[in-house]
Design a protein around this ligand. Structure first.
Ligand SMILES: NC(=O)c1ccc[n+]([C@@H]2O[C@H](COP(=O)([O-])OP(=O)(O)OC[C@H]3O[C@@H](n4cnc5c(N)ncnc54)[C@H](O)[C@@H]3O)[C@@H](O)[C@H]2O)c1
Length: 367
């Protein structure tokens, strides 16, 4: 049984590890917290992500460790790095967690047989090429393999990709990654192999396209509402055009979450770095903010001052527990700050987090 190493078994990495284990690999996953690693090994860790608890309980060949050295000393030839890449104030990604991992790999020294590092984190275009140069002397190749998944359906998305994107170090590394991901997929995904830089741009540009579609739908919807037309009927008709498609073309809340807004901004920042003009990602962001303002003004008009306004869930996406850049929550905050009584009905996890940030702003109801 082949062993695969994963460094960073958080929201994304843990799902990937469990999926790989189910696909027939022995998986060794490293993370930093002893308590987390122990909980995973004792199978007492609880996740809100669908299927994770069940897959963890049933797993036989997944082991967590707090020692990166253990992964380097194992038989794993392919090591996925899935640590976090938070956004910096200028919109670019902070690669310092990847750097800490790769610095540790460098300190461990050159490997006898070639090993493949696969970066699953979202990175700024150009980063993986720089990293590859650095790791070459230590006999590690570096490929880039981002995932197109959404919180609340990570396991399912990893098993059902429509496309696999590989920024390959070379054909051998590309073949190896393709083999692993195809084994994991129950669909027959289109495999898009290219160099690292192109793949890094593709990852950000894909999310930029989706956010553009969402912003387009919301601006046409706002226009319809403003003029007394039927937003849903208009958007449904537009999306029924086979060239366009209905996905992400509904009238609703703007885009949020841990990926869409960040990838959109990072693409704009990358364009600036190479002196390219990319007004589309800026416009998409601006429309998202304008739409929030439109929703706010509309709700102020549609609800009387003494009426309670009820929000059924304020996570960025229905069925998740994350509030990163949630447009729903931003709207609730604006309404409450404008003196309206706002009720938030959500899970204990979301309520605890929102209450921690805004202790006196809302009326909370656990569901
Ligand atoms: N979660 C998503 O929806 C999603 C979707 C697409 C892409 N991504 C990208 O995937 C990457 C990981 O995202 P995530 O949401 O899983 O982040 P996360 O914060 O949930 O997980 C990262 C994990 O890495 C661990 N880690 C950090 N430094 C480490 C080290 N030196 N050694 C071992 N472990 C270490 C952390 O403790 C954490 O558990 C990011 O680049 C993110 O942008 C995430």
């Amino acid at each position: 049984m082949e062993t695969i190493g994963i460094i960073g078994i958080g929201k994304l990495g843990l799902c990937f590890a469990l999926n790989l284990e189910r696909a027939g690999y022995a998986v060794l996953g490293a993370d930093v917290s002893d308590a987390y690693v122990n909980a995973l090994n004792e199978k007492s860790f609880f996740s809100y992500e669908p299927q994770v608890n069940e897959y963890l309980t049933e797993s036989k060949n997944f082991k967590a460790t707090n020692s990166l050295t253990q992964i380097l000393q194992s038989t794993a030839q392919k090591i996925f790095i899935m640590v976090a890449t938070p956004s910096l104030a200028d919109g670019s990604y902070d690669h310092s967690q990847i750097e800490r991992v790769t610095d540790e790999i460098i300190v461990a020294g050159k490997t006898e047989s070639k090993k493949h590092l696969v970066i699953g984190c979202t990175t700024m275009p150009g980063y993986c090429d720089k990293l590859a140069k650095k790791m070459e002397a230590y006999n590690y190749s570096v490929s880039y393999n981002p995932e197109f998944i959404a919180q609340g359906s990570i396991i399912h998305n990893q098993q059902n990709p429509s496309q696999i994107l590989i920024g390959e170090a070379d054909a051998n590394a590309g073949d190896a990654i393709e083999k692993i991901l195809k084994l994991l997929a129950v669909t027959n995904p289109v495999v898009c192999r290219m160099n690292r830089l192109s793949a890094e741009i593709t990852k950000l540009a894909t999310n930029c396209f989706i956010t553009t579609k969402i912003s387009f739908a919301n601006s046409i919807g706002d226009l319809a509402k403003q003029s007394g037309a039927d937003a849903e009927k208009i958007l449904n008709a537009i999306g029924s055009d086979a060239r366009i498609g209905n996905q992400f073309l509904q009238y609703g809340f703007g885009f949020g979450g841990p990926c869409f807004p960040r990838d959109n901004r990072a693409l704009k920042k990358f364009a600036e770095n190479v002196n390219a003009d990319l007004p589309i990602s800026e416009a998409t962001d601006k429309v998202n903010q304008q739409h929030l303002e439109f929703q706010f003004e509309t709700m102020l008009k549609e609800n009387s001052v003494d009426e309670k306004i009820i929000f059924e869930g304020v996570a960025y996406k229905e069925g998740t527990v994350y509030i990163d850049e949630s447009q729903k929550l931003l709207l609730a905050i604006k309404l409450a700050n404008a003196g309206r009584q706002v009720v938030i009905r959500d899970s204990k996890k979301v309520i605890d987090e929102v209450r921690g940030l805004y202790p006196d702003l809302f009326i909370f109801v656990e569901r």
